[in-house]
Design a protein around this ligand. Structure first.
Ligand code: ADP
Length: 253
């Protein structure tokens, strides 16, 4: 066993993680992976490769069967249910099942993540309008979520994930229901968030998202990581702005 203390710059650390869905679907096998503060990492692989499962383990929507999952210094596998809010405050999640409250307005849905962090109403309204503006949804501020198209719902879930300036952002197929122009708006927001110090992991099979970037790309195949962790770390883009080190959330500027 190594006696080394984990580096404070490590934001996501997976060691030999496996996940089986009952009765016998081996979704992930021995996945080891380290992501440092300020990195953007693209998680790729065919449908069924285990991308969503990996993201769900990081936010403890699912629990790993074996291995270590550490996120922002929190041992996620051992985290008691009553402490999950501590993890969720550090991690913004934009997943494929948007989980919007259908009868509540777009603004209400985005406000939720800020309300639980006790943000002031003035801040919440400003941040909500800013995000909706950036995502070309300004006109939908007061629209109930159930009246939105899938692409609009997707953008609302992305806005909700970003609203509270999370240290870590996990996005599952963020371009899934979007045209290229709208995808570009989303990616601009992600990059801006990253420049403020956030660590971002994007699961996608949309090559256009990562083709022209220098960011790290890792591939899952049948639940196994294709890239060797050490090699992957070397290939990674240099961590972004580290000014946010030590903050509990990426600070707005
Ligand atoms: P990806 O996101 O790469 O498409 P997933 O993580 O969704 O892959 O799925 C990995 C494997 O786990 C697939 O074989 C899928 O069918 C299976 N799987 C995912 N979620 C569940 C679940 N809740 N119950 C059973 N099997 C599941």
């Amino acid at each position: 066993m190594s006696q080394e203390l984990p580096s404070p710059d490590v934001m996501i650390d997976l060691i030999k993680v496996s996940k089986v869905y009952p009765p016998d679907v081996q979704a992930l096998t021995d996945v080891s992976l380290t992501v440092r503060r300020g990195e953007i990492v693209f998680l790729t692989g065919m449908s069924g490769a285990g991308k969503s499962t990996l993201l769900r383990l990081l936010s403890r929507i699912e629990k790993a069967d074996k291995g270590l999952v550490e996120v922002a210094g929190i041992d996620v596998t051992k985290l008691p249910q009553r402490q999950i809010h501590v993890l969720r405050r550090k991690v913004g999640m934009a997943y494929q099942d948007f989980k919007l409250l259908p009868e509540r307005t777009v603004a209400d849905n985005i406000a939720i993540s800020m309300e639980v962090a006790y943000r002031a109403p003035v801040f919440i309204e400003k941040r909500t309008r800013e995000l909706l503006d950036r995502l070309d949804l300004a006109k939908k501020y007061a629209t109930p979520a159930e009246e939105l198209s899938r692409g609009e719902q997707q953008r609302v879930s992305i806005a909700r994930a970003l609203a509270n300036f999370p240290e870590i952002l996990l996005a599952d197929e963020p371009s899934g229901n979007l045209d290229p122009q709208t995808t570009a708006l989303v990616m601009d927001l992600f990059h801006e968030h990253n420049r403020k110090g956030a660590t971002i992991m994007i699961a996608t099979h949309d090559r256009s998202l990562y083709q022209a970037t220098s960011h790290r790309m890792i591939e899952l195949r049948f639940g196994r990581l294709r890239t060797e962790p050490a090699e992957a770390a070397d290939n990674g883009a240099p961590p972004g702005d580290t000014a946010a080190a030590g903050l509990t959330a990426v600070e707005e500027v």
